[in-house]
Design a protein around this ligand. Structure first.
Ligand code: DP6
Length: 321
């Protein structure tokens, strides 16, 4: 195949990935666990260009250069190395969700890119191999290959892949909070946390424990335990990040107000828990039957979307040019 199109969805971690043990192989310090969303997909087409002298990258119809192009080109280099095909490619990508909302677009982006590129360059990969490949583009992309719920083990280059895990059905209520300033990228902030946060070691130890407890809670179908682990793990990640030098604070006043409302809902008997990635958006989780009520209660804070467990990365089309 010389052209392939793939679609992948973002994922939100319930036990977070925050830090690398090897930034070339993109091996995480700890394992993590996530739910793949059923909306905001990225659709990416990779078309080999036998006569081109460089890769090109278009996002939402706009030509992209500099750092994002460099990351895509480096990723394509890995696939060229493996396939033995040296041709450059034209990459066209489209995010269906609001990219500005910062909803894990690097996860869906590199997951879709990994699947489309491997097909376009003639590699025939099992989902575990696509997951391993996606990891090299962005850590969280490792998990977006997998439908519904995924565990990504720390492992080594061979074993650091995501696998499906059964978990009770739940919903994610995403509250999009307007960012007040340009954030430090998660890549940069992870490095700073490792280098300067006094809570870094505590983060590693407690996340390893959290993942094991999460796996047990999922096996037991215990939503309450899943929720508690999720919120505590997110708070610990943000605590470790805020303790950097210079400090980094991703949560906005509005984000804190949402976490307070989530707790108030809980106190009033509505079981919901919150998490947040490297940005001001807050994601609440609930049982499916409570999702609309939680969404209604959080609507005053921003645009609210209810998401169910979504599909893994899928090939939409491939062809010989
Ligand atoms: C807070 O996967 O974006 O969303 O591997 O450097 O590309 P790189 O980082 P990225 O980091 C995601 C961090 C997080 C937590 C998570 O998704 O587990």
């Amino acid at each position: 195949m010389t052209t392939a199109t793939a679609r992948a969805y973002p994922n939100i971690a319930l036990v977070k990935y925050w830090g690398k043990r090897d930034s070339t192989l993109m091996l995480p310090l700890t394992g993590s666990m996530s739910m793949t969303l059923d909306d905001f997909p990225t659709v990416t087409t990779v078309e080999r260009q036998p006569d081109a002298s460089a890769d090109t990258f278009e996002l939402g119809g706009e030509v992209v250069t500099d750092e994002p192009l460099r990351r895509v080109a480096e990723f394509l280099d890995l696939v060229r190395e493996r396939s033995g095909v040296r041709e450059f490619a034209a990459v066209r990508s489209k995010n269906e969700g609001p990219t500005a909302a910062g909803l894990a677009s690097s996860a869906s982006g590199f997951a879709a890119l990994a699947l489309a590129t491997s097909k376009a360059y003639g590699l025939s990969l099992e989902p575990a191999d696509v997951s391993r490949l996606a990891r090299r583009g962005s850590g969280s992309a490792t998990r977006s290959i997998i439908p519904h719920f995924a565990v990504w083990r720390a492992g080594d280059d061979e074993t650091s892949v995501a696998e499906a895990i059964d978990a009770p059905d739940m919903r994610m209520i995403v509250v999009v909070v307007q960012a007040r300033q340009k954030e430090v990228s998660s890549r940069e902030a992870m490095k700073r946390t490792a280098a300067t946060s006094p809570y870094h070691q505590g983060w590693i130890t407690t996340t390893e424990e959290a993942l094991e407890s999460m796996i047990e809670a999922c096996a037991d179908g215990d939503f309450t335990r899943i929720g508690r682990i999720t919120e505590t793990n997110a708070m610990r990640m943000h605590a470790a990040i805020q303790a950097c030098d210079p400090p980094i604070r991703y949560l906005a006043p509005q984000s804190i107000a949402i976490f307070d409302r989530i707790r108030a809902l809980r106190d009033a008997g509505m079981e919901t828990y919150g998490t947040a990635d490297a940005g001001p958006n807050v994601v609440a989780i609930s049982r499916p039957e409570d999702a609309d009520a939680v969404a209604k209660a959080l609507a005053e804070f921003g645009e609210v979307r209810v998401m169910a467990p979504g599909p893994g990365a899928e090939l939409l089309a491939d062809s010989e040019a």
